[in-house]
Design a protein around this ligand. Structure first.
Ligand SMILES: CCCCCCCC/C=C\CCCCCCCC(=O)SCCNC(=O)CCNC(=O)[C@H](O)C(C)(C)COP(=O)(O)OP(=O)(O)OC[C@H]1O[C@@H](n2cnc3c(N)ncnc32)[C@H](O)[C@@H]1OP(=O)(O)O
Length: 180
């Protein structure tokens, strides 16, 4: 099935914001996190930027591959906000094409390519030197739609319950990426 953007999805260019302040990918309260900022694109696409910090090194002066995979995962995960579904990564296949030095900004783009039942297929690239620069990393992913209970059961229930009773409807919806 062709992916369909939710009618209430953020407009192209709009910042998506963090789904959880403690998220390693997008949270503002995570000091060594990626602080990745994603914006809605056209259709079911997003763009995002992330600048590699010294805390993200693997080899001296170069980004750790797992951190780059996290940046791809986070960007791909933010696509769910355009679909208004809650989904988690089931599979993430990553190609590391070029080394990414500390201080480099990674320009990420992601797109949902297909959907089948609970399965959401997506792809992402990360470029360096500018949004049109050479591809340094790319990934193909399979996300699986889940119920809120996934996080209640496996995660920290108190925080999930608190987020669910947040009177701010947008914040509540953003936390769980559900159809309000
Ligand atoms: C203030 C508080 C705020 C709180 C806010 C919380 C909510 C936030 C909202 C959203 C979070 C976003 C977070 C963003 C971060 C970026 C995204 C991540 O990193 S997510 C973390 C990493 N991922 C996991 O931890 C998944 C761990 N895995 C699982 O839980 C299960 O394995 C799961 C749900 C992925 C699948 O389990 P099943 O039991 O539901 O599904 P089955 O029945 O096994 O499979 C369904 C279909 O999918 C295929 N499938 C499943 N896993 C597959 C795989 N790995 N590869 C290929 N196919 C797979 C199967 O073959 C099956 O296909 P057939 O329907 O038969 O055609």
């Amino acid at each position: 099935m062709k992916p369909v953007r939710h009618p209430d999805a953020p407009l192209p260019g709009e910042l998506l914001g963090a789904h959880y302040e403690q998220c390693f990918g997008c949270g503002g309260a995570q000091s060594h996190g990626l602080h990745l900022e994603a914006r809605a694109g056209e259709g079911v696409t997003v763009i995002a930027e992330f600048t590699v910090q010294p805390a993200h090194q693997g080899a001296p002066g170069l980004a750790h591959g797992g951190v780059l995979a996290s940046a791809l995962d986070e960007t791909l995960g933010s696509l769910n906000w355009l679909l208004r579904t809650i989904a988690v990564t089931g599979r993430l296949e990553t190609d590391f094409v070029r080394p990414v030095p500390v201080g480099t900004t990674l320009y990420l783009e992601a797109e949902v390519t297909a959907m089948a039942g609970r399965k959401i297929y997506s792809t992402a690239t990360g470029r360096i030197g500018g949004p049109e620069g050479p591809v340094a990393v790319r990934a193909d992913a399979l996300f699986l739609e889940v119920e809120v209970e996934h996080f209640v059961h496996h995660g920290r229930e108190e925080e999930i319950q608190a987020a669910m009773s947040d009177p701010d409807q947008v914040r509540r919806a953003r936390a769980f990426e559900v159809n309000p």
